[in-house]
Design a protein around this ligand. Structure first.
Ligand code: CO
Length: 674
């Protein structure tokens, strides 16, 4: 019988006649850290990494990134997971592929410079728990902030990867700050420090393909360690940038498995493998094996995280990052912060103020934590400045930056701004020029003493040393001293699928009328998610009653849809007030001290209200203390920045309505002065 006309169902064999490449491009997978950090607000759980871990170990990745960055914070704060345990658990499944972590230099996995003793202990424990490669960066590219951690990495025989944060002030590489010389000189500095490899860390996806070619060629000629490129997809440039980087001779590139790729994450590995197939940079990876991993992820893992993706947007690229040079995470933080303050209409003012604030604060690269520092200060300037007076509400972190506590800024801080910011600063009004940690007193022994009744080992103590408020809370959950709240519990696949079904029903309008008939009281285990239909937005609450979830309310809302916050530290998910009246909107948090009556009660005086939603770090005053107008009363953490809130009037503190660790909504009365 003739074969003519018969459709062949045979798969193309991509491995047929495939020769080993002369200079194979090495790949590091980021799915298990930056991938879910970028797409799912770092909410990936260890249990969702295990199903693919052994398969991923077979791919042949140069390394897999599993830890660091925001994982440490998010795990203990939002997931009720011990961050250290993740390394040990995943190590049992990854037997060959080295682990890489993102280390924020002296900031470790936090948002400030820690003392040397904490930095040393942290890196030691990361080594001992199984970390192999330390991708180390400093937000200011001030490599003095590597001085403490690098000798520990070396002492344990681990891999020190030094990063150069990629930044620009012009539309393309060049100008008088971030030009080719800048990057080549930074690479030489890292080689001198003993870097085992050098990473160009393009956290915002700003690196254009031809600039990448130029930078990588120049750096490869100037230094001998392997060159690694880390870029984000955000603007859409990264896949092209990867290709030009490969042509320029880059040694290692970062990608994600397809379900974790694109948007603010990274290019996917699969198209790159196919692109390089048969060339002298062929990765040698088996695409069929990669597809099997993707299928497993799609089926068993992704349904639990789908709700993090903004469904109201078709485009997966965001060219704003090139126009405003703001990293994706920072952009969504800014939008979220403005939204929380009912000021989303002022986003254009924020965009205009941002380059000005950045320049005044030393033209720093925008990466955690400088992206937050510059971003939040910009929003504060737009919202709180009056008349000609700028920098009216200055965050503690901006004061630290101007003092030199983060290191040396790329260009000097504007002297007038610096003077204003440092007026009355508790460390002194004269900025420092030494390595920042030199002026920090040891912190570890005090931390150990503080949690001696709670911490069982050094790993617990470090959790507390890095995150005193949320770390302590986590240790209480860990050792059964406090019941973890329902929102930190894991979603099951069944729950996720049921929710998806309900969302589909809500979208088709089937649930709206029913919900308006009878609205039950919202309970503690209420789970909320956003549904967008055309231009309409629904806030849907799902709660499990007697085993099966029901829609407790569905309401149209006027609020414009906003991007998912990257890590809205302690910002309560404040529900818009329910339309079908009966149940009162829940308070985002309860006053913890019943001793002091809530404001609006019988306490007379001037109320200090929260100017923004956030978490109480601590009160500097107690009931009965006298305060002067303008004196700091309470420290409020919002979007990871600490804001010192001044007394609105002189008098005596009459009531304090919250305590350390409480979440507060905008306009909550924090204390009353009378
Ligand atoms: Co990244």
């Amino acid at each position: 019988m003739s074969e003519h006309g018969k459709i062949s169902m045979t798969k193309v064999d991509y491995n047929k006649d495939r020769k080993k490449a002369k200079n194979p491009l090495k790949i590091m997978d980021l799915s298990l850290r930056d991938g879910h950090q970028s797409l799912f607000a770092t909410r990936g759980r260890t249990e969702d990494m295990i199903p693919v871990a052994e398969m991923m170990d077979e791919v042949g990745f140069w390394a897999t990134e599993t830890w660091g960055g925001a994982t440490f914070d998010t795990m203990h704060r939002f997931l009720n997971e011990d961050p250290w345990e993740r390394i040990r658990t995943l190590k049992r499944y990854f037997k060959k592929t080295p682990f890489s972590m993102l280390l924020r230099g002296q900031n470790l996995v936090g948002y400030r410079n820690y003392a040397d003793d904490v930095a040393r202990a942290f890196v030691e424990r990361a080594c001992e728990n199984g970390m192999d490669i330390f991708r180390t960066f400093d937000a200011l590219n001030d490599f003095r902030n590597f001085d403490t951690v690098v000798p520990v990495i070396k002492e344990f025989g681990k891999h020190f990867q030094g990063c150069i944060c990629y930044s620009m002030t012009e539309p393309r590489l060049g100008g008088d700050v971030y030009n080719l010389d800048y990057y080549v000189n930074k690479a030489k500095d890292l080689e001198k420090m003993g870097a085992d490899s050098i990473c160009i860390k393009d956290m915002a996806g700003l690196l254009a393909p031809y600039d990448a070619y130029e930078v990588i060629k120049a750096i490869k000629e100037a230094v001998s360690p392997p060159i690694h490129l880390h870029s984000h997809f955000t603007s859409g440039l990264a896949p092209m940038t990867h290709l030009k980087a490969a042509e320029a001779g880059v040694d290692i590139i970062d990608t994600c498995m397809a379900p974790y790729a694109y948007r603010t994450s990274h290019p996917a590995v699969e198209p790159l493998v196919m692109t390089l197939l048969g060339t002298n940079r062929d990765t040698g990876f088996d695409v069929n094996h990669l597809v099997k991993i993707d299928e497993k992820l799609e089926k068993e893992v992704m349904p639990k995280y789908r709700h993090f993706l903004a469904e109201n947007k078709m485009a997966i690229t965001d060219i704003n990052v090139l126009l405003h040079q703001t990293p994706g995470g920072m952009l969504s933080n800014l939008i979220n912060q403005l939204k929380e303050m009912d000021a989303l209409d002022r986003i254009d003012e924020v965009y205009a103020e941002l380059p000005r604030v950045r320049k005044e604060l030393g033209q720093v690269p925008l990466v955690t934590p400088t992206s937050q520092i510059v971003g939040i200060q910009t929003v504060n300037n737009v919202l709180f400045d009056e008349g000609d007076e700028r920098y009216k509400m200055i965050t503690a972190q901006v004061k630290d930056l101007c003092y030199g506590l983060y290191g040396k800024t790329t260009i000097p801080v504007d002297p007038d701004i610096q003077k204003k910011v440092l007026k009355g600063y508790d460390r002194g009004e004269e900025p420092i020029t030494c390595r920042p940690a030199e002026i920090l007193e040891p912190e570890l022994e005090q931390a150990k003493a503080d949690v001696k009744d709670l911490a069982v080992d050094i790993d617990d103590e470090i959790i507390y040393a890095l995150y005193p408020v949320t770390g302590k809370k986590f240790l209480k959950w860990k050792y059964g001293k406090e019941e973890p709240p329902p929102e930190v519990r894991a979603r099951t696949l069944e729950e996720a699928l049921k929710e998806q079904e309900l969302v589909a029903k809500a979208k088709s309008g089937q649930l709206v009328e029913k919900a308006q008939k009878d609205v039950p009281q919202k309970g503690e285990s209420l789970r909320e998610f956003n549904v967008f239909v055309d231009n309409e937005y629904f806030d849907v609450g799902v709660e499990e009653i007697g085993g099966s979830p029901v829609i407790s309310y569905v309401q149209p809302s006027m609020a414009p849809p906003a991007a998912m916050p990257v890590a809205p530290a302690a910002v309560p998910h404040a529900a818009p007030v329910a339309v079908p009246a009966p149940p009162p909107a829940p308070e985002p948090s309860k006053p913890a001290e019943p001793a002091a009556p809530a404001a609006g009660g019988d306490v007379k005086g001037t109320a200090l209200t929260a100017p923004m939603p956030g978490m109480i770090v601590n009160y500097e005053k107690k009931v009965g203390d006298t305060v002067e107008e303008g004196e700091t009363v309470v420290i409020l953490e919002a979007m990871k920045m600490e804001n010192a809130l001044p007394a609105p009037a002189s008098g005596t503190v009459k009531a304090i309505n919250f305590s350390s660790g409480d979440s507060v909504a905008k306009n909550d009365v924090l204390c009353v002065i009378g």
